[in-house]
Design a protein around this ligand. Structure first.
Ligand code: SF4
Length: 332
């Protein structure tokens, strides 16, 4: 059995916001359960607005209003073997015990998070200081050079300002910053959407290699199924806040079960196939008032009566594969 380093159980949450003068709740993550194994890539796939980034923020412990966790748990086994319930920690505890050291987060459009007024070297040194890590300056610079070189960057980058680097280089610098303390878990939220296809493949390959060498686990969030096909060991498919299917990458691409997963895979462009790809009609639902029953039912070609009124139960095919759809439930 693979060892789990992170467990998410029945997680519920979202954003409390005002629409006009009315306080409403956006149900961005609904009853999500999965585990992250040691030394694996777990992809989280789905269209924009299906809750992927919110789930990443919750796992990272960045649970700051208007983001709220309403139920469930997120627990991590730390490098020292301590089990911490992330959603029960204060934000100060999360900063001290989790961020960068246990879990690093590469946010969307992360190349823009660099301070334009500071050299790359000084931005790294700030991170070391923030965590109270005492290394002498020469040692720090050596460590930084090594990390940057691992990500295919020339060592001179250390003295550059962000505007002197291309978008792809800035993206790699941010990834290097996230890896500098050798975290056990890397959360990468659309890490390559802002770069061209060639740079995307280079960055993904470097991230893959670094993760394998350092035996970390990667949670890779992307709407792009071709990225998942290249990177993932397992995939969780999210729709409207629910994980609707989870399984090994091989199984999911070979035999997708949930109608939404099938639609995502059918929309992939395949080498040599010139047929017009079928897109999925309609839009993900409004998460303030999600549809009753199965949240996918207004778009599902297999919809049945029960789907319109009752939430599907999760059917486990084995320990590591489940689907949430009435088509696979014998008791319907
Ligand atoms: Fe479609 Fe029903 Fe399955 Fe939902 S539960 S995906 S509507 S068949």
């Amino acid at each position: 059995m693979p060892k789990n380093i992170l467990s998410v159980e029945n997680l519920n949450g979202g954003y409390e916001v005002f629409v006009g003068r009315r306080r409403v709740f956006v149900h961005a993550v609904d009853d999500v359960t999965f585990s992250l194994h040691n030394n694996e890539v777990l992809g989280v796939a789905g269209e924009s607005g299906c809750g992927k980034s919110t789930l990443a923020k919750m796992i990272y412990g960045a649970i700051i209003p208007p983001l709220l966790v309403k139920g469930g748990s997120i627990s991590i086994t730390t490098k020292g073997g301590e089990v911490l319930n992330i959603n029960k920690l204060s934000i100060d505890e999360v900063r001290r015990k989790i961020w960068w050291i246990e879990i690093s987060y590469i946010p969307q459009n992360s190349m823009n998070v660099l301070n334009p007024l500071k050299r790359i070297k000084d931005q790294f040194i700030d991170v070391f200081r923030y965590h109270g890590i005492k290394m002498d300056k020469t040692e720090t610079v050596e460590h930084l050079r090594d990390t940057l070189t691992t990500l295919g960057l020339p060592p001179e980058v250390i003295n550059a300002y962000p505007h002197q680097l291309s978008g792809g280089m800035r993206q790699r610098v941010v990834i290097a910053l996230s890896l500098v303390f050798n975290p056990r878990i890397i959360l990468a939220d659309e890490p390559t959407t802002a770069v061209d296809v060639v740079t995307q493949r280079t960055i993904l390959s470097l991230l893959k290699e670094w993760r394998e060498n350092n035996k970390s686990s990667l949670v890779l969030i992307s709407h792009d199924m071709s990225v998942h096909a290249y990177m993932d060991d397992r995939i969780a498919i999210m729709y409207a806040g629910n994980v609707v299917e989870l399984g090994s990458s091989l199984d999911i691409f070979k035999e997708p079960l949930h109608p939404y997963t099938r639609a995502l895979i059918e929309s992939l462009i395949r080498k040599g196939d010139k047929s017009i790809r079928k897109g999925l009609a309609g839009q993900p639902p409004d998460l303030i008032n999600p549809p009753p029953g199965c949240r996918f039912h207004p778009r599902c070609p297999y919809v049945m009566n029960i789907c319109r009124s009752e939430e599907p139960v999760t059917t486990f095919l084995d320990n590591d594969r489940y689907v949430r759809c009435w088509l696979y439930t014998s008791s319907r």
